[in-house]
Design a binder for this molecule. Structure first.
Ligand SMILES: *Cc1c(COP(=O)(O)O)cnc(C)c1O
Length: 471
């Protein structure tokens, strides 16, 4: 027969904070997470139990081991990272919300090697004198793009701001109406121009801008002709934009430099692999552009950075601008960027080692094994409660790059009327390793293209965890 203990007795049996603190689990925890947090968690856990006893809760236990477990859970939860890894099963290779480009192993190693201690960031090792952080990658970028000079800043938005401020503050910049783009995160070319103090002169129409439109707009105070890559949209049909080389010839005849914001800017000839129709940065430089800038974490596949290449005299001016100091590139970014760039010394190496290129170039055939592993795994998880099948599909490049390009892919589709897929999608965001999927036409899709082969089992584990939460 169970004897109900009196409330007073149960309260008396509650341990004091110092007793709970001396429990082996709590001692261990204090060594790892700090005495202060553990001691305060002990106090909180005991107070919680006391309150429950006073509310008449008969089930609550004051067992020391149980209390110590609760302390550990509480303290450890405070160290869960809010910003963490997720799995991208959306098939969007450069997913801006998911951090764009995953890094190459060489880049990760370079970050690790430089992060742990000191580096020669602003030290010239050959002379022992003060050096420049910009020198570590400048030669390499010039070799890879054919440009005379280069400068790396925080991101491409910063590059645009810097170029416009240095080249055209208080003067006017001619730009085609078809290129006044807004890209994600409310970056509007027209607003960045305003912020730089440059005066915007719009020419042409949304679909057509001719050489003569540019020519007619050239005035005394024209400091720059700017071209902007229409990253995330395409004007198709009845359209016209001058060839870069023709625009350069026109501008140079009037002694006006030309700047192109390339957006993505690729160092790898994707066109040769039947992806997109964009010139490489080298081709843009060859067309005679005076300055051009592009992102580090789009098609290039490195970390967030803005790379500016062009004529020596203009890059020199940019380097001296005060704004450059505020937009300067971080030491870890430089480490990852240099290592990523070095892989481009050989196309085969870049294709194999750069995850962005590797994913873009994956064919459905090469995804079959992973698709099957994933399909089998998910069938086991859902048993007879959902239909799981492999289907052909189309993935996207993302990151405002090659918006109309569709890449044939394989995806694993889950369909069911036995539980809510919307609910599963939500739970998949709340498990330890979240998986981002897409929902279309009553089906949940896992696009194999953006799931690394090493992640297949983890996807299955996360789906199992999420499904268990639905019950
Ligand atoms: C992406 C993009 C930018 C901004 O680049 P970030 O590196 O994201 O700052 C600017 N211009 C164009 C055309 C772009 O596509």
């Amino acid at each position: 027969m169970r004897i109900e203990k009196s409330e007073a007795e149960r309260l008396r049996r509650l341990p004091a904070v110092h007793l709970l603190l001396s429990h082996p689990l709590c001692k261990q925890l204090a060594d790892r997470r700090g005495h202060k947090l553990v001691s305060s968690a002990c106090g909180d856990v005991i107070a919680e139990v006391r309150a429950k006893i006073l509310q008449g809760d008969q089930a609550v236990e004051a067992d020391l081991d149980l209390l110590a477990d609760r302390v550990a859970e509480r303290v450890n939860r405070q160290f869960d990272l809010n910003y963490r890894a997720v799995i991208n099963a959306t098939g969007v290779v450069l997913h801006t919300n998911l951090g764009r480009a995953p890094l190459a192993e060489a880049a990760i190693e370079a970050i690790e090697a430089t992060a742990r201690g000191y580096t020669n960031l602003e030290l010239d090792l050959s002379t022992g004198e003060r050096g420049s952080r910009y020198q570590h990658v400048e030669r390499l970028i010039c070799d890879l793009t054919g440009a005379e000079a280069a400068l790396v800043v925080n991101n491409n938005a910063a590059a645009v701001l810097l170029v416009l401020t240095e080249m055209a503050k208080g003067k006017s910049v001619i730009i085609s109406r078809g290129q006044l783009v807004e890209i994600g995160g409310s970056f509007r070319v027209s607003e960045v121009m305003q912020a730089s103090g440059a005066q915007l002169v719009e020419v042409g129409t949304t679909n057509k801008t001719r050489e003569s439109d540019y020519e007619r707009a050239i005035a005394e105070d024209t400091a720059l002709i700017m071209r902007v890559h229409t990253s995330n949209f395409r004007v198709v049909g009845f359209t016209y934009q001058p060839q870069m080389s023709d625009l350069v010839a026109l501008a140079h005849a009037h002694n006006i430099p030309v700047y192109e914001d390339l957006g993505s800017g690729s160092l790898f000839d994707l066109q040769a692999h039947s992806i997109g129709d964009e010139p490489t940065v080298r081709e843009t430089v060859q067309a005679g552009v005076d300055l051009c800038s592009f992102s580090g974490d789009k098609l290039l596949g490195a970390t967030q950075a803005g790379i500016i290449v062009g004529k020596q005299e203009y890059i020199q001016r940019l380097k001296k601008n005060q704004l450059t100091r505020a937009l300067r590139v971080d030491k870890l970014t430089l480490a990852a960027l240099e290592a990523t760039l070095r892989l481009y010394l050989d196309d085969e190496l870049a294709k194999r080692e750069n995850p962005t290129l590797w994913m873009l170039l994956r064919t459905p055939d090469s995804m079959e094994q992973e698709a099957e592993r994933l399909c089998e795994g998910l069938r086991t998880v859902f048993s007879d409660r959902a239909e799981v099948a492999i289907e052909p599909g189309l993935s996207q490049v993302g990151g405002g790059s090659l918006p109309t390009e569709e890449l044939p892919t394989l995806r694993v589709a889950v369909r069911t009327d036995q539980f809510s897929l919307t609910r599963l999608e939500q739970e998949l965001r709340h498990v330890r390793l979240p998986v981002m999927t897409t929902m279309r036409k009553e089906a949940m899709h896992f696009d194999v293209r953006t799931i690394f082969p090493r992640e297949i089992e983890r996807v299955i584990d996360s789906v199992r965890d999420a499904f268990a939460r639905i019950g």
